[in-house]
Write a protein that binds this ligand. Sequence first.
Ligand code: FES
Ligand SMILES: [Fe+2]
Length: 369
Amino acid sequence: MSIVNDYDPNLPLERASTIPASWYINKELYELELKTVFSNTWQLAGRLDQVSQPGQYVTTDIAGEPIVVVRGNDGVLRGFFNVCRHHAAAVMTDVEGKAAQLRCPYHGWTYSLEGDLKGTPDFTGVCDFDRAGNGLARVEVGEWENWVFVRLGGSNSVSLEEFLTKQLVEEIRLITVTDLHWFERRHYSFDCNWKVFVDNYLDGGYHVPYLHKGLDSVLDYSNYMIENGARHCLQWSPIVTEGAEAQTGAVRKGDRALYYWIYPNFMINWYDGAMDTNLVVPRGVDQTEVIFDFYFPDVDSEEARARNTASVAVGQRIQDEDVSICKSVQRGLNSRAYTAGRLSVRREAGEHLFHRLLHADLSAARGNR
Ligand code: FES
Ligand SMILES: [Fe+2]
C-alpha cells in the first residue's frame, strides 16, 4: 500500500511529523492493521482472576477473531479460536464462566477443556473424519501480573516477556499491581479511528490543562515526564495537593501518577491506591471502543465501595471530556486542508514512538507480500 510510504520513520523528533491523515481514514490501511498490528502483537484477552480455576474461561474478540481462553484440568491456561470445527459457530458464548467441557450451542459438538474434540452427535457413518485433527485451533497465550494475553500469529515468534521487555516487567513488578483487585468494567465509544485515542493518550499531558481542568489541578504539568521504552511509553507526573479540585483531589492521591502505554493498544494508569487499564479496540475505521477496568486495594468493604465509586466517576468524567475532542480530530483528519502535523519535542515523544512502531509493522507486512 503506497500510503505506508508517506511516513518517514527515520526523522528525529525535532523534524518528525505525525503519520499521514490518510492512515486514520483509509479502510484498506485499517484492514492491514488488523492483519498485522493487532494479529502479531500480544493482546489483552482477560484477567487472571477470571481463569484461576480449571474450567474457568473468558471469551473475547481480537482483530475480528473470536477467542476463548480456558484453564484445563491440568491447570494449564490455553487459548483457542472460539470457532467450532463443524460449521464455525462460536463454541462459548458467555463473556466468562466455568464449564466442565466446551459445548457448541449449534449442534452440540463438545471439546475438552484442553481443546480436543470429544462429542459429535449423529456423526456415525462419516468417512475419513479425523477426530484428532478437529480440535479447536490454538493461539498463543501468556500470563503477566493481573492479566492474560493472547497472540494470534505472525511469523516471528516473540514471547510475551520478550514483547513487554525486561525493563517494563521489572517496573510494573515494583508497583505490585497484584495487590489491586478488579472492581468494575466500563465501555466507552469514540467516533474516531483507534489511533486518535492513542495519540490523545500519548501527548505528554499537552491537552490536560485545556481539556481536563480537574485532572490538571492535581498534576504538576511542568514536571510531567515522558520516557520511551522499546515498545512502551511511560508518562508520569508528580501529584500536587495544593489547589486540587475537590472531586479529583479526593481520589487521586500519592506522590505520583504513572501512565503506561504498551504498544499498540493497552494502557495501565496507576495512582497510589487506584489503577485502571484501558484497552483500545478498533470497531471500524472511525469507530473505537475503549474498555476500562478499575482496580482498588479493597473491593469488598462497604466503606471502600463509596470511595472506589467516586474514583471511577472521576475516570468517567475525564473520558467524557475526551469524547468530543476525538470526534473533532477525526473530522479534521478527513479535511482536504490537513495532511499531517508536527510534534512537540517537549511533549509528544510517545506519539513519535507509536508512529514509528506502526510504520515498522505495516511496512514489514508489505515486504512479505
Ligand atoms: S457448528 Fe458447532 S456443532 Fe455445528
Ligand atoms: Fe484526555
